[in-house]
Design a protein around this ligand. Structure first.
Ligand code: FDA
Length: 313
C-alpha cells in the first residue's frame, strides 16, 4: 500500500479530464492493452465471459459496472437502469448472481431520496442476487451506512457493506454491523483521507485490519476478507483454525487481475475466493486507484504503452 501522498497524486490524475479522455481512447482498444489487466472489458458480455472463465477455475465473482459520481439525476437514473440490464444479462447467462455497486453512481452526490429509490429498485429487481454496496471516500461513509441500515430494517437482507480499515472510525462501525448481522467486506481502503480521520502508516492500517478481521471472523455474518496481502490472509487462516471457523463461513476476495496465483492457491486449499470484476466505459478512476496502490503497476502501464507504440509503428 502506498502512503497518502502517493495516493493523493493518483487521485489528482484520476480527476484529470484530459487524461481520462486519452486513456479512454487508448486503454481498451487492443485486447492486450494495459487497462485490460484490471478491467474485464467495456461490455456486459465481456464481464460475463470473464466470470465464466473464473467459474471454470473454481473461483466466485462479483460484477461491478464501473461508474461513480454522476452529475445529474438523469444520469443517476440512466446508471440505475443500466444496472437493471446488467442484472437481466446475468440472469440470462446463468452465472452466479452477485454484483457490487457504488451509491454515487446512483446519485448520492445529488439527492439522498432518489439514491434510496434507485437502490431499492435495483434490490427489488435483483432477485436471488447478493448486492454489495462498495464504500467510497470518507465523505460518504456515514450516509452510506445510514442508507444501508434503513433498507436493512425494511428487510432487504440480500445486500452487504464494505468497511475500510484505514479509517479510525471503523472499529466502531464493524461492531455496529456485527450487531445487526450485516455482511461486511473488509478492505484496507483505497481513498486519500486526512490523517485526522485515517491512519497514515501501513503498520497502523494493517494492525486495524487484523483487529477487525478477528471481530468479523469470530462474530460477523459471512465476512469477506478482501485483500491481496499475504500477511492478512495468513492471519485470517490462523484465526479461523484457532477458533474452529469452517471455510464455508467466510470468503477471501481479490480484484480482477491482481495476484491470480494467490487466488488459485487459496482455491486449491479449499477456501472460497471471490474475484471483483470491474467492467464498463467509465474505467479510468478505478484504474487510477489501482495504479496508486502499487508503483510496479505504473511500470507495467508504461511498458504496455511502449509496446503498443512499438506494435503500431
Ligand atoms: P496492500 O495494498 O498492502 O497490498 C498487499 C500486496 O497486494 C502488495 O504487496 C501487492 O503484492 C498486492 N497488490 C495490492 N494492490 C495491488 C495492485 N493495485 N496491483 C498489483 N498488486 C497489488 N476499497 C475501498 O475503499 N472501497 C471498496 O469498496 C473496495 N472494494 C474492494 C473489493 C475487493 C474485492 C478488494 C480486493 C479490494 C477493494 N478495495 C476497496 C480496495 C482496497 O481498499 C485496497 O486499496 C486494495 O485491496 C489494496 O490493498 P491490499 O489489502 O491488497 O493490501
Amino acid at each position: 500500500m502506498l502512503d497518502q501522498a502517493s495516493k493523493a497524486f493518483f487521485h489528482l490524475l484520476a480527476r484529470s479530464r484530459t487524461l481520462k479522455a486519452i486513456a479512454s481512447r487508448q486503454g481498451m482498444r487492443r485486447p492486450t492493452s494495459f487497462a485490460r489487466r484490471f478491467i474485464a472489458g467495456e461490455t456486459g458480455e465481456e464481464a460475463i465471459a470473464a466470470a465464466r472463465a473464473l467459474e471454470r477455475r473454481g473461483l466466485l465473482h462479483t460484477l461491478d459496472l464501473l461508474g461513480e459520481s454522476v452529475a445529474t439525476l438523469e444520469e443517476a437514473d440512466a446508471a440505475s437502469r443500466e444496472y437493471l440490464r446488467v442484472v437481466d444479462a446475468i440472469v440470462a447467462s446463468g452465472i452466479e448472481r452477485n454484483i457490487s455497486i457504488k451509491l454515487t453512481q446512483l446519485g448520492l452526490d445529488l439527492d439522498r431520496a432518489s439514491t434510496v429509490d434507485n437502490l431499492r429498485r435495483l434490490l427489488d429487481h435483483a432477485d436471488g442476487f447478493f448486492v454489495r454496496i462498495d464504500m467510497e471516500s470518507s465523505k460518504y461513509t456515514e450516509v452510506t451506512l445510514q442508507i444501508f441500515e434503513t433498507l436493512w430494517q425494511h428487510n432487504y437482507r440480500h445486500m452487504g457493506v464494505v468497511m475500510q480499515s484505514d479509517l479510525r472510525r471503523t472499529d466502531a462501525d464493524v461492531a455496529r454491523m456485527i450487531e445487526i448481522g450485516a455482511r461486511v467486506r473488509l478492505v484496507k481502503g483505497a481513498y486519500r483521507e486526512p490523517s485526522s480521520i485515517a491512519y497514515a502508516s501501513k503498520a497502523d492500517v494493517d494492525a486495524a485490519y487484523c483487529r477487525q478481521l478477528e471481530q468479523l471472523l469470530r462474530h460477523g455474518n459471512h465476512p469477506a476478507i478482501a485483500t491481496h496481502d499475504p500477511a492478512m490472509i495468513a492471519h485470517a487462516k490462523k484465526l479461523a483454525a484457532q477458533h474452529g471457523i469452517a471455510r464455508e463461513r467466510f470468503e477471501f476476495q481479490m480484484l480482477y487481475g491482481i495476484r491470480r496465483d494467490l487466488q488459485e492457491s487459496l482455491v486449491r486449499d479449499g477456501y472460497r475466493v471471490r474475484v471483483y470484476i470491474p467492467f464498463g466505459r467509465q474505467w479510468f478512476p478505478y484504474f487510477m486507484r489501482r495504479l496508486g496502490e502499487r508503483p510496479a503497476n505504473v511500470m507495467f502501464v508504461l511498458r504496455g504503452i511502449l509496446s503498443d507504440r512499438g506494435a503500431a509503428s
